[in-house]
Design a protein around this ligand. Structure first.
Ligand code: ASP
Ligand code: MG
Length: 451
């Protein structure tokens, strides 16, 4: 039996942070009978603690982190009417964590990291099932690793969409007729059965992938902000909520640093045309943002995104003059190091580029390794500038409109614009500024373009 109206509801870390948050999220689930699958993140703070443990800590530090994890989870367990039902199970997971953290203190590995961090989602889902059962709701715990097949790039694994669809059809679809299914975001398993993760913040992606695999009618992402804003309201209090936004615009926003959605989330949603709703589990009545295929009268300027900690790499080579194949060589080296390029500009003898540093679970986050630098240096002169911020203006038909440059840069004369990318996409215009100026630039631009 298939449900044409299946809705996947995903709750982020703050929505399952404690007993009260979990109950509010349960209210949200129960308010919509079409919600058949619930995808959860780890309780807020847990993944960071687990990542720290995976980096290999000495005993004292380790016990501090383990205690912090135990406290967050037991604060929930102890408020259940019948805590004894799952105490044993929670204890077993905590013991696993202890053993794995000890192993990490002897030798770290990306596979071990993923095994360790997966326990955050395993625990939150276990607790949430119990919260629902206390409310007499029939709910079943489902281990997503049975169906979320990925490659073995630990820390940032890529899903095998075809296998997921097949396995979801066999193993998950039939369960939807029985009861509500509660499962984990973020985690998966590779062909040999070892646990993998989809990268930090990956639970959104899980929800969208399941939406696609189950032909859902909508994916709901419940977080702690009621939707997507014209920019981060913490930076600009006058930021406005966007009620409806097109996939392409939202994808650009996520890619360029708007924290509301994981950047890959929208790929499955776009592929299978499933609308994605973003709202706050703290205040579901406040409404939210619907990300969908078509919006009416899309505005020229839609939003501003800010991404910090950008590194600009400038490659300079006289042999590039009147030659060919230099770019190919550079990209070849980057590809061999699994590094993807974000922004790029070129001149006759130089290339400037920024590297994609978004969310891997691994502890060493900079893609700019010594071996990469050495290899690039054998080809050309390499300069590295750190602590820049990338500001992205998201909009529609930006590259076809007149006066965009003036409107954007006209108000930015006091600032050093380090690099500009414009023209490749009609949905964005990006530039780099010194990190310390970033907030002022965003405030000024927002005032000019949106207020
Ligand atoms: N718990 C994971 C993280 O913090 C995944 C998620 O929350 O989406 O990155
Ligand atoms: Mg999250």
């Amino acid at each position: 039996m298939s449900y044409p109206q299946t809705v996947i509801a995903k709750f982020g870390g703050t929505s399952v942070a404690d007993y009260d948050a979990m109950n509010r999220s349960a209210d949200v689930v129960l308010a919509d009978e079409n919600v058949r699958v619930v995808v959860l993140s780890a309780s807020a703070g847990i993944t960071n603690l687990l990542v720290a443990l995976a980096s290999g800590l000495e005993a004292t530090e380790r016990f501090v982190k383990l205690d912090a994890i135990r406290k967050i989870q037991y604060d929930i367990v102890e408020r259940l009417a019948n805590p004894q039902i799952i105490r044993e199970e929670v204890e077993r997971l905590l013991e696993n964590i202890t053993t794995l953290a000890e192993a990490a203190s002897l030798a770290t590995s990306t596979a071990l990291t993923d095994e360790l961090v997966s326990h955050g989602e395993l625990m939150s889902t276990l607790l949430f099932v119990e919260i629902l059962r206390e409310r007499k709701i029939d709910a079943q715990w489902f281990d997503i690793r049975k169906i979320m097949r990925t490659n073995d790039r630990f820390g940032r694994a890529e899903p095998d969409v075809a296998t997921l669809a097949e396995l979801a059809n066999q193993q998950l679809q039939p369960r939807l007729a029985q009861s509500l299914v509660i499962t984990q975001g973020f985690i998966g398993s590779e062909a040999k059965g070892r646990t993998t993760t989809l990268g930090r913040g990956g639970s959104d992606y899980t929800a969208a992938l399941l939406g696609e695999a189950l032909h859902a009618s909508r994916v709901d992402i419940w977080t702690d902000v009621p939707g997507i804003y014209t920019t981060d309201p913490r930076v600009v209090p006058a930021a406005k909520r966007i009620d409806k936004i097109a996939f392409e615009e939202a994808a650009e926003m996520a890619t360029f640093g708007a924290k509301v959605l994981h950047p890959a989330t929208l790929m499955p949603a776009v592929r299978s045309d499933i609308p994605v709703f973003v709202g706050s589990s703290k205040d579901p009545k406040a409404g939210g943002t619907l990300v969908c295929n078509k919006t009416e009268n899309p505005p020229l300027f839609r939003a501003l995104a800010l991404r910090r900690k950008q590194t600009l790499v400038t490659l300079n080579s006289l042999s590039m003059l009147h030659s060919h194949g230099f770019l190919a060589e550079v990209f070849n080296i980057l590809a061999q190091h699994n590094v993807s390029v974000d922004l790029i500009t070129t001149s006759e003898v130089s290339i400037a580029l920024t590297l994609d540093t978004t969310g891997s679970t691994s502890n060493s986050d900079s893609p700019l390794t010594t071996s990469l630098l050495t290899e690039l240096s054998s080809l050309c002169r390499v300069e590295v500038e750190e602590n820049l911020a990338l500001i992205a203006i998201i909009g529609n038909k930006l590259s076809q409109a007149c006066g965009v440059g003036k409107e954007v840069f006209g108000v930015l004369d006091p600032f050093n614009i380090r690099m500009i990318c414009y023209g490749a996409s009609s949905y964005n215009l990006c530039f780099l500024v010194p990190g310390d100026d970033a907030e002022k630039v965003v405030q000024k631009l927002h005032h000019n373009l949106f207020e």
